[in-house]
Design a protein around this ligand. Structure first.
Ligand SMILES: Nc1nc2c(ncn2[C@@H]2O[C@H](COP(=O)(O)OP(=O)(O)OP(=O)(O)O)[C@@H](O)[C@H]2O)c(=O)[nH]1
Ligand SMILES: [Mg+2]
Length: 196
């Protein structure tokens, strides 16, 4: 099947699980630490900088934002976790929404778990990988902001990450830059191939 990722449009915002749409379309969920580049990745996939709200202030995405691609896919942009400056109450609300989301029994076709190539994985990242491995949910591990390092450094970092993050040797691993659009085409092709 062919999917035109440029035909990605905003669908709706959900602040609670009850508001999450039940479209019957295969769903891709973007997860990862606040500020890792989830919303930027949606924009890069869609080739539309104005679609998802991006901010250098972490904690921008506070609800689940849904996008629909070419009438064939649903993309869920989850709120990021681990934003240190958020109040305890706000933090608990975010992480509860993330937690509940994955435990709700919603049919999730693929998780894109994002990790910043430059930073040490956080406790949240390690826990998320453990959860993904245990749950049997299919996932791609996507290293973001690769434009900030050389190709050699990116390769080296991925090797180092493998010592901290428990990903299998045969796991799907991608290195992308939403800024420069590096690796985005490959990621989209892999998503299409994986889902259809
Ligand atoms: N250099 C570079 N910067 C990036 C890239 N992707 C995202 N950024 C920057 O990282 C910051 C955070 O990006 P967002 O896409 O808003 O991150 P997010 O994961 O959606 O953050 P929350 O909504 O807070 O969870 C912004 O300043 C982006 O411009 C990239 O590929 N390269
Ligand atoms: Mg965001």
């Amino acid at each position: 099947m062919d999917i035109n990722y440029r035909k990605t449009r905003f669908l709706k915002v959900a602040a609670t699980l009850a508001q999450c749409p039940d479209s019957g379309l295969p769903e891709i969920v973007l997860s990862g630490k606040s500020n890792v580049g989830k919303s930027s990745l949606v924009n890069a996939i869609a080739d539309n900088r104005k679609l998802a709200r991006v901010s250098s202030n972490p904690g921008k995405t506070r609800e689940v934002i849904y996008f629909e691609t070419d009438g064939k896919l649903l993309i869920a942009d989850l709120p990021g976790y681990g934003y240190a400056k958020a109040s305890k109450e706000v933090k608990e609300k975010f992480s509860k929404l993330c937690d509940d989301y994955f435990r709700s029994g919603r049919k999730i076709s693929l998780v894109l778990h994002l990790v910043d190539i430059r930073h040490e994985p956080s406790k949240g990242d390690v826990a998320m990988l453990e959860f993904l491995n245990d749950s049997g949910l299919p996932y791609f591990l996507v290293f973001t902001k690769c434009d900030k390092l050389s190709k050699m450094q990116v390769k080296k970092r991925i090797g180092e990450m493998a010592k901290v993050l428990d990903f299998r040797e045969d796991a799907y691993v991608f290195a992308v830059s939403s800024e420069k659009k590096d690796g985005i085409g490959e990621l989209c092709n892999a998503i299409t191939e994986f889902i259809f």
